[in-house]
Design a protein around this ligand. Structure first.
Ligand code: SF4
Length: 273
């Protein structure tokens, strides 16, 4: 099973690289396509993680996120925002809505400034480094993100950093569509509470995941789009950039330039250039 998982992870990574380099088609054997598109057995009753309560979380009734909800919903005080975020954290701790509850040690809902920060960074899911540190965007990728943030004239604590899925996928593979779908409501609630002025979404998986509920195609990196009325700039994930550290053709440099152009566009929007 581990071998199969590793093969699928490598395949997903390879396809992501091709896509981010602009390739839009791939040749596949028809039998492989049939097998890959066979119905997936739904995750129903997941076993409780040792030490964690198996009781079903109480899901609060949530208004669907929309531009009008963002504009008209009550502006919360800083204390109310923290309280709401703590409630979301408690809900994720008791959430067994997708298979990621089996691989996580603890869900991570993100951290930073929750009072209408200039920017919310959104990645696909926490990884092993994040889980170990108990903080989203840790390890070398987190260090690179910190450098990006500081180059924009901010500190990490000025902004809010989170992921679409709150639990770490096994072997740090990208989250599956059904996992993203199961978890997106937590992110939507966070956006409604935090009200960032702009969103920077990191990497193809997060871009696809963020927009899947709006059934629209993903936006290419570096081009403005919107999420419920909030300007969104998609760009490369720091972890993806770091993959090219031994790259003799300067691809990492190209990727960094491309990311910097995207960050500059956000700075212009926020009048920080
Ligand atoms: S990833 Fe999200 S939906 Fe899945 S178990 Fe964790 S908190 Fe629940």
């Amino acid at each position: 099973m581990d071998t199969l998982t590793n093969i699928l992870d490598d395949l997903a990574d390879h396809i992501t690289v091709l896509k981010e380099l602009g390739q839009r088609t791939i040749e596949m054997d028809p039998q492989t396509v049939r097998e890959l598109t066979a119905p997936v057995v739904p995750v129903n009753q997941q076993k409780a993680i040792p030490g964690m309560s198996a009781k079903k979380r109480t899901v609060r009734k949530r208004e669907p996120l929309s531009k009008s909800v963002l504009q008209s919903s009550k502006l919360l005080s800083p204390e109310e925002r923290l309280q709401e975020l703590r409630e979301i954290e408690t809900e994720t701790n008791h959430c067994f809505d997708c298979g990621l509850c089996k691989s996580r040690i603890k869900p991570l809902i993100g951290q930073g400034n929750s009072n209408s920060p200039d920017i919310m960074f959104i990645g696909p899911a926490p990884d092993a480094e994040d889980e170990k540190a108990g903080k989203t965007f840790s390890g070398p990728a987190g260090d690179l993100l910190t450098k990006m943030i500081e180059a924009m004239g901010y500190q990490r604590g000025d902004l809010f950093l989170t992921n679409i899925c709150k639990c770490r996928p096994a072997n740090d593979r990208p989250p599956l569509q059904e996992e993203i779908k199961a978890c997106t409501h937590f992110l939507e609630e966070q956006i409604k509470i935090i009200r960032p002025k702009a969103i920077i979404v990191l990497g193809a998986h997060a871009i696809k995941g963020l927009f899947q509920t709006q059934s629209r195609s993903t936006s290419p990196q570096g081009a403005w789009t919107q999420y419920h009325g909030i300007p969104v700039m998609p760009t490369f994930h720091p972890k993806y950039i770091l993959r090219f550290h031994n790259d003799a053709e300067g691809q990492q440099k190209q990727l960094k330039s491309s990311v910097w152009r995207a960050l500059k566009a956000v700075m212009m929007l926020l009048k920080r250039d």
